[in-house]
Design a protein around this ligand. Structure first.
Ligand code: 5RP
Length: 223
């Protein structure tokens, strides 16, 4: 029986196999955040001379990329990327995701939006029938926190401030439990429309393009 870390390692290795044909000396990759992505960065390191570098979605991933000798570019220096690689907290069969367990959702959404495709890498525990079992992270401007929390409660959620956590954008996270998300794109639009919300962890308007799912029987692909 493979552990969750071994499953994550297998999908990180599979992601490197997936991107190898895309690597060229002028190519910049988009890199997400989390424990699965940490393993992906480490697995990518032996191939670092075959790419120009990466755009990172967090200070955490930037530190890991640089420690592996992979050059990190500011998004403003980059015109495009063939692929953005990131994990997820939940993904459904329509390739809609909940992200932001690591608190990097806003930068993840921005970097992903510039890439030609979103490659999501998860272990099988992340695949769900309906999103919402994992509390939905919502990044908020601090002065709007309580006002946004009241609006989220009116939508049926139970927002809880992520204690002691400040995002890379100097904002806060409300983790919203209790939402059974039947219509992810609609809910994403509604939450994005609340004044004070920086972004929400629903990736439905722009979900994943390809998912690699690590199972006890190997890594399988959904797209
Ligand atoms: C960070 C994220 C991560 O992709 C998500 O939390 C999954 O993390 P892990 O690979 O550690 O399970 O959205 O903001």
């Amino acid at each position: 029986m493979l552990t969750q870390t071994e499953l994550k390692q297998n999908v990180a290795d599979a992601a490197v196999e997936y991107i190898l044909p895309l690597l060229r000396p002028d190519v910049v990759l988009g890199v997400g955040t989390g424990s699965t992505v940490d393993l992906f960065i480490d697995a990518l390191a032996p191939y670092k001379n075959r790419l120009r570098g990466a755009v990172s979605s967090s200070e955490r991933s930037t530190a890991r990329l640089e420690a592996q000798g992979i050059q990190v570019f500011d998004l403003n220096q980059v015109q495009g990327m063939p692929v953005y690689v990131d994990g997820a907290d939940e993904i459904d069969h329509g390739l809609n995701m909940i992200k932001g367990g690591g608190g990097a959702l806003t930068r993840e959404k921005i970097v992903a939006s510039v890439a030609d495709q979103f490659l999501c890498i998860v272990d099988e525990s992340k695949l769900v029938q309906c999103l919402g079992g994992f509390p939905l992270p919502v990044e908020v401007i601090p002065m709007a926190r309580e006002a946004v929390a009241r609006r989220l409660a009116r939508l049926g959620g139970k927002p809880v401030l992520r204690a002691g956590f400040v995002t890379d954008n100097a904002c806060q996270i409300l983790d919203v439990a209790g939402l059974a998300i039947a219509r992810p794109t609609e809910l994403e639009s509604v939450i994005n429309g609340i004044p004070g919300v920086v972004s929400c962890g629903l990736f439905a308007h722009a979900g994943a393009d390809v998912v690699l799912i690590s199972t006890q029987d190997g890594v399988r692909r959904l797209d």
